[in-house]
Structures are given as structure tokens and as C-alpha cells.
Design a protein around this ligand. Sequence first.
Ligand code: FES
Length: 88
Amino acid sequence: MQIKSNYLTPNYMARLVKHTAKAPIQVGKKEDNLWICQCGLSKKLPFCDGSHQCAHDETDDKLYEYDADGKRKEIKADDECCGGGCCG
Ligand code: FES
């Protein structure tokens, strides 16, 4: 049996990734004006598209989830751990 899967097929597994950065990082020469997304919200990854603006009022002691439309939802502490032992 051969399993074909990569990030372009619907067979990949989703992962939750925690981003704490609220701003992009500039790479290359300053005149290139090349900014890499660090917040994870850009729709033009790996480049910043300004979507990080909606994360500026996040509170550091809370965890948030954003949907595909950029709508934010706070994750309660009880929802944070799946019980799999990977988050400490
Ligand atoms: S840093 Fe992510 S959109 Fe700007």
C-alpha cells in the first residue's frame, strides 16, 4: 500500500502552533523592504501582510485562536491541554 501525502493534499494532519510574536522581522537589505511574518496570521506566508495588527491588543497571559477569517477567540485553560502529555 502506498500512501501519498504532502501539504497540498487533504491527507495531512493539522497542528496547532503557538505564536507569541506580534510583529514581522525584516530580512535582506533595508531597501528591499522584505518582511517575514512571525505572528502566523499572514495570508501571504512567509511574508507579512499586516495581519499582525489584530494581535496587538492580545494579553500575554491568555491564549487565542484565530479562524481563517481572522476572527479571534480566547481559549480557556481547560481547552488548552488535550491530555496527550506534550504540553508539560
Ligand atoms: S507579522 Fe504576521 S502578518 Fe505581519
